[in-house]
Design a protein around this ligand. Structure first.
Ligand SMILES: Nc1nc2c(c(=O)[nH]1)N[C@H]1C(S)=C(S)[C@@H](COP(=O)(O)O)O[C@H]1N2
Ligand SMILES: [Mo]
Length: 505
């Protein structure tokens, strides 16, 4: 009997670990990359409880890698708990000398665990059955290998691992198919009245026509849109599941559902978003054409009576953010992005869009507007950020090339929220002298009259580079003539400032 894999502690531990991998794969196969996936609630708890310093470091220094680390930690933690359950079932079965206990025990323990953390009774069968199957498989291999020499014990252990890993790859493949699309590229088209469609198409065509023709420079409507989430597994809501309540310091609380929202008068508005955790010349700044309903009307209907003139927005992913109600009055409840349904990763079915303010107030998967009487801290503010106010003016330098005639061309984007971009200035001698860059024509306003209030512009500047090295510096000037400050700060807490500077050799 000593030849049996499951008779040794090491053998049981190995089988328990393999059962855990299979359990995670089984959960993924049924749930995909959604909140019903076993590791999702763990990841969410990590995002909520992780010290602010760690979260901030992850967002400013690691970007999406930070989020992946969080997911990885959640997978390891969840896996260890599943392994522990299988290990306990195996040990108990061994002690009680009961052949059924290991697999049935594993199934029951893992099912109970999964059902408890995800709240999904049926989908919890995925990890339970997969983990139990591995345990049963190891028992079957042992039973058939009885009395054979030790060398075959290793073979049996390897067989268990092999079969389980094969099944896990299958589970992963199935789960990936099940994961709803998260990005803009594959979102379905927005159904809209003919007039609304025509407005969207006209505006997108204008954006294309007004984009500078420079290879490698993001056009006025971003081809890919950055994403920042406190979790790496986004909420999965349907229009039918969604409603938004206006609560708190109001005369009448009210609720709107998705159909009601979709039947209200909507606008198509170009707006740029930028994350307060973006680096000075970073890429967490993008522009889209957003379709949504003005929030002012809803707030008037509810009758706001706030002592602090402030609101807290709440979202399906437990995100929350507080800021002045004045900003929200100009906001939109958005359900469309670039003529498509708002993609899951950007807040499907509905997000808030708050012109001119840092990205963080643009709450995705928004479910509640709570009108407050006293100010409070939001998710990021509790972690030391101050990113609920207007964005800081920035001119970025994202493109440089040497033209056929030997001249050098620089280009980038400039954005200042509602302060507007009136000029971009470039220095090619380290800030001694300045010249005006040429700007792309502004994107059109939501009502088609004049320029979009809250959208970036592209800039470009071509010059004869001096012999030897030189330093290029860019800065922008807002509509009221204020020059972007050259005082250098990092992103935390109020967003990066200073002039973008690049050395050319
Ligand atoms: N519900 C919810 N809304 C959210 C966030 C979030 O994690 N959860 N992240 C915020 C942050 S920090 C930014 S910068 C923007 C990014 O929007 P995007 O992912 O659509 O680019 O969304 C904001 N809204
Ligand atoms: Mo952000």
């Amino acid at each position: 009997m000593a030849e049996d894999v499951l008779d040794t502690r090491g053998g049981r531990a190995l089988v328990a670990l393999v059962a855990a991998v299979a359990g995670l794969a089984g959960s993924y196969a049924l749930a995909g990359y959604t909140p019903a996936f076993l590791a999702s609630p763990v990841e969410r708890t990590l995002a909520r409880t992780m010290p602010g310093e760690v979260v901030s470091l992850a967002i400013t220094e690691l970007g999406s890698v930070g989020q992946q680390l969080n997911l990885f930690a959640a997978l390891v933690l969840t896996g260890l708990v599943v392994a522990l359950a299988a290990w306990v079932a195996l040990g108990t079965g061994d002690t009680a000398n009961n052949r059924l206990l290991p697999s049935v025990g594993t199934a029951v323990l893992v099912w109970g665990l999964a059902a408890t953390v995800t709240g999904e009774l049926a989908l919890a069968a995925g990890p339970a059955l997969a983990a139990a199957a591995v345990v049963a498989l190891a028992q079957v291999f042992d039973a058939y290998g009885d009395g054979t020499p030790v060398s075959s014990k290793r073979r049996r252990a390897l067989s268990t691992v092999g079969v389980a890993l094969g099944a896990s790859v299958l589970g992963y493949t199935v789960g990936t198919r099940r994961t709803p699309t998260a990005t803009a590229a594959d979102a379905p088209s927005l159904s809209a009245s003919d007039a609304a469609r025509e407005d969207i198409e006209t505006k997108l065509a204008l954006a294309e026509a007004r984009s500078l023709d420079i290879d490698g420079l993001d056009s006025l409507v971003s081809e890919t849109f950055y994403q920042v989430d406190i979790n790496s597994i986004d909420p999965e809501l349907d229009g039918d599941d969604w409603s938004l309540s206006v609560t708190g310091a109001v005369e009448t609380e009210l609720t709107v559902d998705y159909d009601e929202l979709r039947s209200m008068d909507a606008q198509n508005q170009f707006s740029t978003l930028r994350c307060v955790g973006d680096s000075l010349n970073g890429k967490k700044m993008d522009t889209a054409l957003w379709t949504g309903v003005p929030l002012g009307r809803l707030l008037d209907e509810a009758g706001v009576q706030s002592d602090c003139e402030c609101v807290m927005l709440h979202a399906e992913d437990d995100y929350f953010v507080e800021f002045p109600i004045e900003a929200l009055r100009r906001g939109l409840l958005v359900y469309g992005m670039n003529g498509k349904l708002l993609p899951r990763g950007h807040g499907y079915p509905v997000r808030a869009l708050v012109a001119g303010h840092w990205g963080e107030v643009n709450t995705k998967w928004v479910t509640e507007i709570e009108v407050l009487d006293t100010t409070a801290d939001g998710y990021w503010e509790r972690r030391g950020w101050e990113g609920t106010g207007p964005v800081k003016p920035i001119a970025k330098l994202h493109h440089s090339e040497t033209l056929d005639d030997g001249r050098r061309r620089l280009a980038g984007h400039a954005y200042a929220g509602l302060r507007g971009v009136s000029r971009v200035e470039v220095s090619t001698d380290g800030g001694e002298s300045w010249a005006d860059a040429s700007l792309s024509e502004p994107l059109p306003a939501a009502d088609g009259d004049g320029a979009a209030a809250d959208a970036w512009r592209q800039w470009t500047y071509t010059y004869d580079p001096p012999d030897g090295g030189h330093t290029a510096v860019v800065r922008m000037v807002t509509d009221d003539g204020t020059v972007q400050t050259d005082e250098k700060t990092g992103p935390k807490p109020t967003g990066p400032s200073g002039w973008v500077t690049t050395e050319f050799s």
